[in-house]
Design a protein around this ligand. Structure first.
Ligand code: 5GP
Ligand code: ZN
Length: 109
């Protein structure tokens, strides 16, 4: 079982921000800014490449709502999905990163 599926089943703890039948959101364990949380599907979907339209919409909408609740509405934030090796994905369970609370550089290395 992957590490995020263990978080979903509760065998690994997380700092939960939001949960419904399909979606879980929690703070990243290694935050890259004052705000850094992850939004994941509760069903194990390895990469964005396998995801269907409805769950992508739900994940992104939830990321938007939580970013606003955490104070990112005025100055914004970075919404990121890393995919497979070239995208720098290290956990093979689809997740949206939201990083905010500081200015971020672009482009990535
Ligand atoms: P990726 O590199 O796959 O896009 O991002 C994986 C993210 O998951 C990283 O930012 C990493 O800090 C986070 N992460 C890995 N293991 C855990 C964990 O056990 N708990 C939490 N909250 N975040 C984790
Ligand atoms: Zn998983």
């Amino acid at each position: 079982m992957c590490i995020f599926c263990k978080i979903i089943e509760g065998s690994i703890p997380c700092q939960k921000l939001y949960e419904d039948e399909e979606v879980l959101a929690f703070h990243d364990v290694s935050p890259q800014g004052p705000v850094h949380f992850l939004v994941i599907p509760k069903r194990h979907i390895p990469h964005i490449l396998e995801a269907e339209q409805d769950i992508l919409g739900n994940l992104l909408f939830r990321a938007q709502k939580i970013a606003g609740a955490l104070g990112c509405a005025e100055k914004g934030a970075r919404f990121v999905i890393n995919c497979k090796a070239d995208g720098g994905q290290t956990v093979d369970h689809l997740h949206i990163h939201v990083i905010g609370g500081r200015p971020l550089s672009w482009p990535p290395g």
